[in-house]
Design a protein around this ligand. Structure first.
Ligand code: NAG
Ligand code: NAG
Ligand code: NAG
Ligand code: NAG
Ligand code: NAG
Ligand code: NAG
Ligand code: NAG
Ligand code: NAG
Ligand code: NAG
Ligand code: NAG
Ligand code: NAG
Ligand code: NAG
Length: 555
């Protein structure tokens, strides 16, 4: 097996070399010298502790296997090869981003995710008019967002989350006509959200949580024609209200404004037909909860830690997908309607939690036993002095247990040495193969409990990746602050019934799958929301795949 793998590798390598040396002639195909100079400057300003970029000292970027560089597979009109992608994720790089990045003028993906880069974002990146994905999340970048980034006509995605970016959101970002994704959470962005952003025609995900935004929430945002997710938690829109215009957002799936210093009443959001997730907790909202109910698609309603009064609306009773109704720490009064749970029958993976702790609730309409997997928490309400209700008045916790599957396979361990392993999901027992290991995260999911949706997720992901369902083993998942859902995926090669198994993905398949993750080729899902790649390890038999990956890129 090992020798046939090595042979595959050599074959592909020879093919690549023969394309470039014989068909076209290696000397005819060189990288644009402007870009070569720029790349050297880019490397010079980085600190590369792991020496991942040591091969950037030799030969030509596009034809000599420079790590992380993907080029167009043909020369352009100017007679040169050009860099199309810079893929430098997760290499423990520090140092700064060189302004020379602006000279990679045909680039579509700029990816420095999950490194330790400091300094500011060079305004020259605004010169790369071909740029589609700007991926700088998970570094230590400081300074403000350059206005120039607003003039990138092809930008689809800007990810600068988890840095130390400060200053305002540039008004120029309103010109990002093709941008679908603003991921800027966990920075120190300050000032008002520019109302001008309302003209963004393509924006679907607005993630600005955990910043220092202030001012008011622009009512104009409701005019954004494509917006699906607004997540602005942990900002300070002190003393302002939730604009009533937000109830006109006919496509909105998620509205999360936790801990935003908002006041005033909750608008009637029953008019948003597909709203699946609503978090308005930890504000100073007052008045009563609108009685018109919410979309039948709602999974999560969190109104905890506000100043709400009045009754729990009985219109929350017929919500078939509800997982969490959390209204703790308010001043709700009246009776708890048992109709909230009486209509629901849950299966073993589902759960439904009603948290009404610390309110002024005086009564419960029915104290008979709850359906399976339903919890009702009422501690800290006057009704707890009523002995009939004590069963609902204990202490509770609601974290979903990370269910790591420990099913053991009855297969001979010595026949499948690491990094090979037996697939637990394969249609035949004891299929030993080398999985691709992917760390992946849902950044703003539309659900609060994952297990009932695990199967749906596996179907969504494998169909998005054009793999068979059994090729995915979702080994492990974990909720993080946000809430975000981190998971560990193992992707196994196809099992060939005619016994021609190679037990590894071939190089083109590795390249294809990897680019689905690094190029955001998997379509977004309404339920699971935006996703991100944390790590794509190429270990064992795939170690060499990385260099091939970057040498024979086909556009
Ligand atoms: C970078 O280099 C380190 C140390 O040699 C290695 O473990 C790691 O896999 C490399 N990372 C990439 C993405 O090439
Ligand atoms: C960043 O640097 C710190 C300490 O220097 C190190 O612990 C951490 O692993 C680095 N992170 C990344 C993503 O390289
Ligand atoms: C990243 O580099 C720092 C030194 O800059 C080192 O302390 C740390 O262990 C490295 N982390 C990884 C994951 O390589
Ligand atoms: C970026 O473009 C501007 C003109 O639009 C030009 O003046 C500047 O020199 C360019 N910068 C780089 C680094 O190419
Ligand atoms: C976006 O569209 C507006 C109006 O349609 C146009 O004026 C502007 O130049 C466009 N922006 C970019 C960056 O192409
Ligand atoms: C984002 O910021 C919040 C609030 O400071 C923090 O709780 C959370 O851990 C941060 N998340 C990440 C991924 O940095
Ligand atoms: C509710 O969710 C289902 C399943 O995701 C979807 O097909 C349907 O269109 C949603 N309803 C609305 C009104 O958005
Ligand atoms: C894992 O093993 C423990 C103890 O061996 C058992 O209690 C638990 O039910 C198992 N979990 C699964 C998902 O099989
Ligand atoms: C439980 O219900 C969910 C829908 O909420 C469904 O997707 C899942 O397949 C069901 N699980 C079982 C074991 O029936
Ligand atoms: C084995 O089956 C696969 C499809 O399952 C097919 O693509 C391949 O050509 C077959 N190989 C042989 C030697 O029959
Ligand atoms: C490409 O670079 C990798 C290390 O990054 C090395 O292992 C491989 O031999 C190189 N291949 C060629 C053709 O230079
Ligand atoms: C480059 O890729 C395109 C699209 O796959 C293909 O049609 C073309 O033949 C390739 N060119 C070279 C020189 O390999």
């Amino acid at each position: 097996m090992c020798s046939s793998k090595a042979w595959n590798y050599v074959t592909v390598l020879l093919l690549c070399l023969s394309w470039s040396s014989f068909l076209l002639g290696a000397d005819d195909r060189i990288t644009d010298p402007v870009e070569v100079t720029a790349l050297r400057a880019i490397k010079k300003s980085l600190v590369d502790v792991n020496k991942n970029l040591s091969n950037w000292d030799r030969g030509d970027p596009c034809t000599s296997n420079w790590t992380g560089i993907l080029c167009y597979n043909r020369t352009l009109e100017d007679g040169y090869l050009h860099v199309i992608e810079l893929q430098l994720l997760n290499m423990n790089l520090s140092g700064t981003l060189s302004p020379e990045l602006g000279r990679l003028s045909k680039m579509t993906i700029l990816d420095f995710m999950w490194n330790n880069i400091t300094g500011s974002i060079p305004k020259e990146i605004g010169n790369i008019t071909t740029l589609e994905l700007l991926l700088l999340n998970g570094n230590k970048l400081i300074g403000s967002l350059p206005d120039e980034l607003g003039y990138l006509p092809n930008l689809n995605r800007i990810q600068i989350d988890q840095n130390h970016i400060s200053g305002p959101l540039p008004k120029s970002f309103a010109f990002l006509n093709k941008t679908k994704h603003f991921h800027m959470n966990n920075n120190s962005i300050s000032g008002q959200i520019p109302p001008e952003l309302a003209r963004l025609p393509s924006l679907v995900h607005l993630l600005l949580d955990n910043n220092n935004l202030s001012g008011y929430l622009p009512p104009e945002l409701s005019q954004m024609p494509s917006l699906l997710i607004i997540q602005l938690d942990n900002n300070n829109f002190e003393g302002t209200t939730i604009p009533s215009s937000y109830s006109n957002m006919s496509k909105l799936l998620k509205l999360s404004l936790r801990n935003c210093s908002l006041q005033g009443p909750i608008p009637d959001l029953s008019t948003i037909p597909g709203l699946g997730y609503l978090d308005l907790s930890s504000n100073q909202l007052n008045g009563s909860i609108p009685g018109n109910g919410l979309s039948l698609n709602i999974t999560t309603i969190n109104l905890s830690n506000n100043n709400l009064v009045g009754p729990i609306p009985s219109t929350f009773s017929d919500l078939p997908l509800l997982q969490n109704l959390l209204i703790a720490n308010n001043s709700l009064n009246g009776s708890v309607p048992a109709t909230l749970w009486q209509g629901r029958t849950l299966n073993a993976t589902e759960r439904l939690i009603f948290d009404f702790e610390n309110n002024q609730l005086s009564n419960i309409s029915d104290t008979s036993a709850l359906p399976q997997n339903v919890s009702v928490w009422l501690k800290g309400n006057p009704l707890c002095s009523n002995t009939n209700a004590v069963q609902f008045c204990g202490s509770q916790s609601d974290t979903e247990i990370n269910q790591r599957s420990n099913s053991t396979l009855d297969c001979p361990p010595q026949s499948c040495p690491v990094p090979y392993e037996y697939s637990r999901t394969s249609p035949v027992r004891c299929f030993c193969a080398a999985p691709l290991l992917v760390r992946y995260r849902l950044k703003s999911p539309g659900i609060s409990y994952f297990l009932p949706y695990k199967k749906t997720f596996e179907e969504y992901l494998t169909s998005g990746l054009e793999l068979q369902l059994y090729q995915l083993d979702l080994d492990d998942f974990e909720w993080e602050k946000g809430p975000r859902l981190k998971m560990y995926l193992k992707l196994f090669p196809v099992y060939q019934a005619n016994n021609t198994n190679t037990n590894v993905f071939n190089d083109s398949e590795v390249r294809r799958i990897r680019s689905m993750f690094t190029g955001w080729g998997i379509p977004d899902s309404d339920i699971f929301g935006p996703y991100e790649l944390l790590e794509f390890d190429l270990l064992g038999p795939y170690q060499h795949g990385l260099s091939l990956n970057f040498n024979c890129y086909i556009v």
